[in-house]
Design a protein around this ligand. Structure first.
Ligand code: DOR
Ligand code: ZN
Length: 441
């Protein structure tokens, strides 16, 4: 039995370790995990009793849009990371399609400063590629806190776009780390837009940005990644066709699917939610949802994200296609995924693989993603038996809405511990914003 003194002891929980679920105590010293095992003889400044709880490595949402700099009336880094820790996350990776976009050292420095001053959880920052900043990308991708270069090969919210093969290849030949792609095909998007009249039902969104838009775009990226040898992370893969195709390209490609595509299905979602179901790539029919779950089960999927993309209610309620695309989700990712665990759709260790080890592996996050001695003491405590209803009143993003309002879930995060300090307990934040930039290799 290990004795000694710890700053924090998490006692009596079931730990999800990389090698399995183990009943163990976790001891923390100086913000890092210092012991895992039977620590009954140890002393500590602070003890958290995790009886009846599962002790998970700090959960990571690798895909959020926190909008700063931009429109503080829908989201900021302060509010979005508060939502993250209330939802059981210890790190989020934030997209660059802000206003202005993060495409140069100056804007990145500006954002690094927001993180240092206001973030409740740790953060990684994407840098947007443009046709004009190719020469700067090699330096930008290794800047402090940079998790990856992000390429919008198809247009979405904001004006970031690199759509043609020659420009994409130039981006791929600049730098060496894995690039993250929004891969919908811009040419097919533009061509099909004219087929549908303004004011058409919201479900038109998935007919416009159809399966072939996604599949064609992904084939284009994979072919160029193959030609250049540059590893690709395919964000929010949304079709059975892409998932099947990618299995032949796993030497180069990693895969993200979104909680939305695992949970919401057409036509039901469009009928219930109207504009609040519109996102890119779109929610699709059940065949694709089933394919996404099959890809979770067979290991095709590396990471699951929320693609938290807040917009004002007014923007979501405009008629199609003026309606803004994007759904909130950073606060609900963990509850919804725990509910899927409870329903038997994935195991708790697989959830940890997708929300901890997966993001750490794909992006090269240092000291994150597993409960192991010497790693950051980022921990999420979850109560798998808690039955709760997701209420809009619980949402702290200023935009104030969630597409999961009213959903009854089994499984809830009850504490979020960031580098050894609780930042959330029982649905309330504790302490002060202490988030830092994640280090990437
Ligand atoms: O639905 C989306 N919303 N897809 C994206 O690619 C961007 C995001 C946003 O920023 O609103
Ligand atoms: Zn996104």
């Amino acid at each position: 039995m290990m004795a000694g003194h710890y700053h924090l002891l998490i006692r009596n929980g079931i730990c999800v370790l990389p090698w399995g679920e183990v009943a163990a105590d976790v001891g923390v010293r100086n913000g890092r995990i210092a012991g895992i095992g039977a620590l009954a003889a140890a002393t500590a400044d602070e003890v958290i009793d995790a009886r009846h709880l599962h002790v998970l490595p700090g959960l990571i949402d690798p895909h959020v849009h926190l909008r700063e700099p931009g429109d503080a009336s829908v989201e900021t880094i302060a509010t979005g990371t508060k939502a993250a820790v209330l939802g059981g996350l210890t790190a989020v990776f934030d997209m660059p399609n802000t206003a202005p976009a993060v495409t140069d050292a100056q804007t990145l420095a500006w954002k690094q400063d927001f993180v240092a001053r206001t973030a409740w959880c740790d953060m990684g920052l994407y840098v947007g590629a443009t046709k004009a900043n190719v020469g700067a990308l090699a330096a930008l991708e290794t800047a402090a806190g940079a998790c990856a270069i992000k390429v919008f090969a198809g247009s979405s919210t904001g004006d970031l776009l690199v759509e043609d093969d020659a420009s994409l290849e130039r981006v791929m030949r600049a730098g060496r780390r894995r690039i993250a792609y929004h891969s919908e095909d811009e040419y097919r998007l533009q061509a099909r837009r004219t087929l549908f009249a303004a004011g058409a039902p919201y479900a038109t969104h998935m007919l416009w940005r159809d399966v072939e838009c996604a599949f064609l775009g992904t084939r284009r990226i994979v072919a160029l990644a193959r030609a250049t040898g540059r590893p690709a992370h395919l964000l929010h893969v949304s079709t059975a066709e892409e998932l099947n195709y990618i299995t032949d390209h796993r030497d180069l490609c990693t895969v993200e699917v979104l909680v939305n595509h695992l949970t919401q299905v057409a036509p039901d979602a469009y009928e219930r939610l109207g504009g609040y179901a519109v996102m890119n790539p779109p929610l699709r029919d059940r065949r694709h949802l089933e394919a996404a779950w099959a890809a979770v089960r067979d290991g095709t999927v590396d990471t699951v994200g929320s693609d938290h993309a807040p917009h004002s209610r007014a923007a979501k309620e405009r008629p199609w296609p003026a309606c803004a695309a994007g759904l909130t989700g950073v606060q609900t990712l963990v509850p919804v995924m725990l509910d899927h665990v409870n329903a038997g759709r994935l195991s708790l260790p697989r959830l940890v693989d997708l929300l901890c080890a997966g993001p750490a592996r794909v992006y090269g996050a240092v000291g994150k993603g597993r409960l192991a001695a010497g790693y950051d003491a980022d921990v999420t405590l979850v109560d798998l038996r808690a039955v709760r209803r997701i209420e809009e009143s619980w949402i702290v993003s200023p935009c104030g809405w969630t597409p999961f309002a009213g959903m009854r879930v089994t499984g809830w995060p009850v504490a979020t511990i960031l580098r050894g300090r609780a930042v959330m307990r029982d649905d309330a934040v504790t302490g002060a914003p202490r988030g830092r930039l994640v280090q990437f290799r």
